[in-house]
Design a protein around this ligand. Structure first.
Ligand SMILES: NC(=[NH2+])NCCC[C@H](N)C(=O)O
Length: 413
């Protein structure tokens, strides 16, 4: 029996989760490339790893099986001869390497790594000019040979955002949306998911509700499983409305999926609110953390299957966020707990460090970042059980415990 996927809520007891331990990709992150690589500061890798190990241990202590993205990909390559070569062709084609000669040198360098896990981690870390010898021969390029300030020292960009495993693919019920991501820099991350869901013995048979070659972009931070029948998706900086149209068709008209209703929340387009999960996250049967700035301003649409195969009906819901979420969760009422306890400065500061971005390991039991003291205090007083993760370095990438995790299995609620 293969393991497969099963996630029908945001809060059911977490059984299996996919993480990525930050690795050498964070060492190939020069300060002047931060904006392009969607990172906000240069982290101290050793401490980031310690913090991440603490996060993983908190989850294990709650009985959660922790899987690592890099290991799953290596296992897929171990299992299927030829899978790694297929990946390498695609990786090189998408790596932005300048010139055929350089592509050849890089390929040889990566092919020489025999251990699959080491190989996968190297593809994540990126490659600098200092790491390879460039032959001065027919076919070599000036770009490869010149050391100049206007030429980057990176031959292949690192993927510093990989530890935000929430975004490149999103588990929905028993299937998965393999995303096309908003930015060129993050879209390469989706290759790892592609090879897991194509070749890994435990995951190769799951249905795909979205594909990385789609025309529109979407990211997992925008996808919230409310229950088996209802999915919430953000229309955001990272997810286009047109991508949700595609997702709805694929989800409604796939016999594997139980989802009968998608709620699309049109959220503001800015970095502090880049995904739906930075604006609200479910933490208990009847409780959500929210960013106070979205109260009263959200446009929400409901998508349901139409009469004929492939048809999708859309209506706009003119109601308050509380009522919409109460109706979606089947509760009489829900409590929205504002980040920063409603104080505008604390809210903005703690929102920036993902105060609303919590990961539920069971209803009412949530992982939070230690640094968001005002929000954590409010959550504690509301009766939530808090599992507190160290966060000095991890938070520099602008993502919290929910962003750093992709549930593969939760108990049904
Ligand atoms: N699900 C999330 N909120 N993810 C946060 C991702 C942060 C990352 N630096 C980015 O800009 O893409």
């Amino acid at each position: 029996m293969t393991k497969g996927l099963r996630v029908h809520s945001e809060i059911g007891a977490l059984k299996r989760v996919c993480l990525h331990r930050p690795g050498e990709e964070l060492l190939n992150l020069p300060p002047f490339e931060l904006e392009r690589l969607l990172f906000d500061d240069v982290p101290f890798l050793e401490v980031a790893q310690e913090e991440h190990d603490a996060f993983a241990q908190i989850l294990r202590d709650q009985g959660v099986e922790v899987l690592y993205l890099e290991k799953l990909v290596a296992e897929a390559f171990d299992a299927v001869p030829g899978a790694r070569d297929e990946f390498l062709d695609q990786y090189i084609a998408e790596a932005g390497i300048k010139g055929d000669c350089m592509r050849k040198v890089v390929r040889e360098k990566l092919e020489s790594i025999t251990d699959n896990l080491e190989f996968v981690m190297k593809t994540m870390a990126g490659l600098t000019k200092a790491e390879i010898e460039i032959p001065l021969s027919a076919g070599s390029t000036l770009n490869a040979l010149v050391n100049s300030e206007s030429e980057s020292d990176l031959i292949i960009d690192p993927m510093p955002n990989l530890y935000f495993t929430r975004d490149p693919f999103a588990v929905v019920g028993n299937g998965v949306c393999l995303n096309r991501m908003y930015s060129v820099t993050r879209n390469r991350e989706t290759l790892y998911g592609k090879y897991i869901f194509k070749y890994h013995p435990d995951y190769k048979d799951v249905s795909l509700y979205f594909r990385r070659d789609a025309a529109f972009h979407t990211e997992g931070g925008d996808v919230l499983n409310i229950n088996a029948k209802t999915l919430a998706v953000g229309i955001s900086q990272r997810t286009q409305a047109a991508a949700i149209d595609v997702m709805a068709q694929n989800i409604f008209w796939n016999s594997d999926s139980e989802v009968e209703r998608i709620l699309a929340f049109n959220i503001p387009n800015n970095r502090a609110m880049m995904h739906l999960d930075t604006v609200f996250t479910q933490i208990d049967h009847d409780k959500f953390t929210i960013h106070p700035a979205i109260m009263g301003t959200l446009q929400v649409f409901e998508l349901t299957p139409g009469k004929n195969s492939g048809d999708v009906n859309i209506t706009e819901l003119n109601d308050t966020l509380e009522h919409i979420l109460a109706n979606a969760t089947g509760q009489d009422q829900v409590k929205l707990i504002p980040c920063g306890g409603g104080d505008p400065i604390a809210a903005a500061r703690e929102q920036w460090n993902d105060g609303s971005n919590t990961l539920a390991v069971a209803p009412g039991k949530i992982c939070v970042y230690a640094r968001n003291t005002v929000t954590n205090d409010v959550l504690y007083k509301e009766g939530l059980e808090l599992l507190v993760c160290p966060s000095a370095e991890l938070s520099r990438g602008r993502g919290g415990p929910r962003c750093m995790s992709m549930p593969f299995e939760r108990e049904d609620i």
